[in-house]
Design a protein around this ligand. Structure first.
Ligand code: ADP
Ligand code: AMP
Length: 215
């Protein structure tokens, strides 16, 4: 089964993908994290992606699609994957459809996690991530047991540079202009399932599992 978790920055895609991956055994693939790792490692891809990433813009489709398809071709994705943060443009969506079709596969579901914009700002400004295992926290809504330390691996927590207010505003604009049109693309294909992402993490996780299992 291949599932896309869709939604604006801060909607809870990463948080929910981690829970769903644990419940289903499917692999969680997040393009944002793949870019952060490439930038940290200063790979050729990281160097090319960095200016776009830092500016809150989308990394060009050519680079993003190649990176994602390479990751999807790895053996741990054979049973399927949970895609978080991809696709974000129509070109990415059609490239994904074509690549899956070549293997006789198709996206099963696109779960659209809906959260009002005023809630997104508060979520992103209070987000903390683990440097080691990428677990996600929020200083008020999902605080770690010990401030600054990851519950899972005791790694150091940090705030993403692109979560500062001016970059968040740009990312939300980019989402509205380039990514939100995919809602209609997947609705027209009969793949879109909308869930209320404004509830607690546990309630959203329940709704999401029901949406995935209702296939
Ligand atoms: P995305 O991957 O869609 O950008 P994240 O999963 O990183 O979003 O979540 C953004 C922030 O919101 C994080 O700090 C996370 O702890 C918090 N968060 C996620 N889901 C909820 C929720 N249902 N209620 C409140 N806060 C949430
Ligand atoms: P995220 O962690 O999903 O919030 O993504 C962080 C940043 O990584 C984005 O602002 C983009 O610069 C880049 N990025 C992640 N996924 C994609 C994608 N599918 N297409 C283009 N850029 C992406």
């Amino acid at each position: 089964m291949d599932v896309i978790l869709f939604g604006a920055p801060g909607a809870g895609k990463g948080t929910q993908a981690a829970i769903l991956a644990e419940k289903t055994g499917l692999v969680h693939i997040t393009t944002g994290e793949l870019f952060r790792e490439a930038i940290r490692q200063e790979t050729e891809l990281g160097k090319q992606a960095k200016p776009y990433y830092d500016g809150g813009q989308l990394v060009p489709d050519r680079l993003t699609i190649a990176m994602l398809l390479e990751r999807l071709s790895q053996s741990d994705c054979a049973r399927g994957a949970i895609l978080d943060g991809f696709p974000r443009t129509l070109e990415q969506a059609t490239a994904l459809d074509e690549a899956l079709a070549q293997e006789g596969k198709a996206i099963d579901k696109v779960i659209y996690i809906q959260v009002p914009e005023n809630e997104l700002l508060g979520r992103l400004s209070g987000r903390w991530n683990c440097r080691q295992c990428s677990s996600v926290y929020h200083e008020r809504f999902q605080p770690p047991r010990q401030a600054g330390r990851c519950d899972q691996c005791s790694g150091e927590l940090y705030q993403r540079d692109d979560d500062k207010p001016e970059t968040v505003r740009r990312r939300l604009e980019v989402y509205a202009q380039q990514t939100a049109p995919l809602i209609d693309y997947y609705r027209a294909k009969g793949k879109l399932v909308e869930i209320d992402g404004g509830k607690s993490v546990e309630e959203v996780a329940k709704g999401l599992l029901a949406a995935v299992e209702g296939s």
